[in-house]
Design a protein around this ligand. Structure first.
Ligand code: GLU
Ligand code: ZN
Length: 471
């Protein structure tokens, strides 16, 4: 079989979003699975909207996700003469014609068509200009854009690896611009030339590009390029089944990363957006994902971006990740105070125990930090009403009688015995204890928290609260 070559071709007009990341991930996985090549191409022909800063951010985000590329990045803005040469080919073949319509004229045509209940496509009127009329327009200083003439005749069909046979009728297509009046190629044109010259065998992209595909196929035919395989990935919807990009434009990789979603978790999550694994499996490591990835497992219907599910997955990865791997993130978050210093302060054993307790509660790094801080810092002033003050007094007395504790199980039975002896209802007893320890009533299992904190710290916190309350 011919070598598989895929590409990701972002326009650097914004940050990388969930949809783009999914496209990149699927192209990457298809290449990796088949020991093919994954290429990166920056589609930056829109000078006004593209920026180097966005380009840089996109590359960084891809690296963060671990989507390494084998070739590129190429930049379309540096390949203008390539497109020009293929434009000349089309011109020589008489397949394109100059269009002198102004933006206003085109807009009027569009409105007219819409008012008449017709699809708003270009009428083709400049195709009918005589050489005489063209000369006159040129003499008047008009710079034309160039349109590809849709050939009349048979339908355009292709076999989409996700959607099956897709058919377009030429009558539904309008003559489209391939070169703008400033000589810059349009997306459809530059994309086809590049995909063909770069030897792309499989084009995986979002369903929103499906309507571009018939135009691109016409260009492949006109330029006598072999046709690649197309696969259009299902649109990503939000929880309300609205198009994600419209309603939730905020879901850039950056924002997820800043909120403390781990790269491995997001990477894994992307493969649940329109793709499924055997036996309903969802959490798989990188190697397993590559090995099981298949276009035959990509569905046609919309994929739902469910942030809760992403957080659920993140939690799973959070528990698996040693704190040392996360240093960089926390360094940003806390400025000067490094995790190393905290390890020193708490002692490595206590640090590790509290850290893993916090990991069980938190579903992103930001939360993890909050929960962890809550464990290690003395909570703000807690106000205890009478019944709780009783519990506090009781605990202070009791803990004096226990010289040390050696494991969680022991703490568990001590706690149970204390609660019974106190005569206070379990809920009240344990909630008060949590309040005293970490300033909130809900939280980790107490015997684990107490064991992680250690007896000395427990005593210190009891005394702190007691001092505040003048018990
Ligand atoms: N630059 C296009 C985009 O970002 C690429 C589309 C394609 O993959 O053909 O949507
Ligand atoms: Zn025109």
């Amino acid at each position: 079989m011919e070598k598989i070559k895929t590409r990701f071709a972002p326009s650097p007009t914004g940050l990388l979003h969930i949809g783009g990341a999914r496209t990149a991930a699927f192209n990457w996985a298809l290449a990796r699975k088949n020991r093919g090549v994954f290429l990166l191409r920056i589609e930056d022909t829109d000078k006004e909207r593209s920026s180097l800063a966005f380009e840089k951010a996109i590359l960084e985000d891809l690296q963060w996700l671990g989507l390494d590329w084998d070739e590129g990045p190429y930049r379309q803005s540096e390949r203008l003469e390539v497109y020009q040469s293929f434009f000349e080919v089309l011109k020589k073949k008489n397949l394109v014609y100059p269009c002198y319509c102004t933006p206003q004229e085109l807009e009027e045509e569009r409105t007219e068509a819409l008012n008449a209940g017709k699809p708003p496509r270009y009428s083709g009127k400049c195709f009918f200009l005589s050489p005489e009329e063209r000369r006159r327009k040129e003499a008047e200083g008009y710079r034309p854009s160039w349109r590809f003439r849709i050939p009349s005749g048979s339908e355009i069909s292709f076999f989409d690896l996700v959607r099956g046979k897709v058919v377009f009728h030429p009558a539904s297509l309008g003559d489209f611009i391939i070169l703008k009046s400033d000589g810059i190629p349009t997306y459809n044109f530059a994309c086809v030339v590049d995909d063909a010259l770069m030897g792309i065998s499989h084009i995986l992209r979002g369903e929103e590009h499906l309507s571009n595909t018939p135009y691109q196929i016409l260009l492949y035919r006109a330029l006598e390029f072999p046709l690649p395989v197309f696969a259009h990935l299902p649109i990503i919807l939000d929880e309300n089944r609205a198009k994600l990009s419209k309603r939730r434009g905020d879901i850039s990789l950056r924002s997820l990363r800043e909120r403390g979603i781990l790269a491995q978790a997001l990477f894994n999550y992307l493969f649940t957006l329109g793709h499924s694994f055997e036996e309903g499996k969802e959490v798989l490591d990188r190697e397993a994902i590559v090995a099981s990835f298949s276009l035959s497992r990509v569905g046609k219907s919309g994929a739902i971006f469910d942030e809760e599910k992403l957080r659920w997955m993140n939690k799973i990865y959070l528990r698996k990740t040693p704190w040392t791997t996360l240093r960089g993130y926390f360094q940003q978050l806390q400025g000067e105070e490094t995790l190393e210093k905290l390890v020193e302060k708490l002692g490595s054993e206590r640090f590790t125990r509290l850290w893993s307790l916090a990991c069980e509660e938190a579903s992103d790094l930001r939360e993890l930090w909050q929960v962890f801080r809550g464990f290690v810092e003395k909570s703000g002033k807690v106000v205890l009403e009478a019944e709780r003050l009783e519990v506090l007094r009781f605990l202070r007395k009791k803990v004096e009688q226990v010289p040390c504790w050696v494991n969680e199980e022991e703490v568990k039975s001590i706690l149970r015995a204390w609660q019974r002896e106190s005569g206070v209802k379990p809920a009240m007893f344990y909630k008060t204890l949590r309040l005293v320890l970490i300033g909130r009533e809900e939280g980790p299992e107490l015997h684990r928290l107490l064991f992680a904190l250690g007896r000395e710290e427990f005593l210190a916190r009891l005394s702190d609260v007691a001092k505040d309350e003048e018990v």
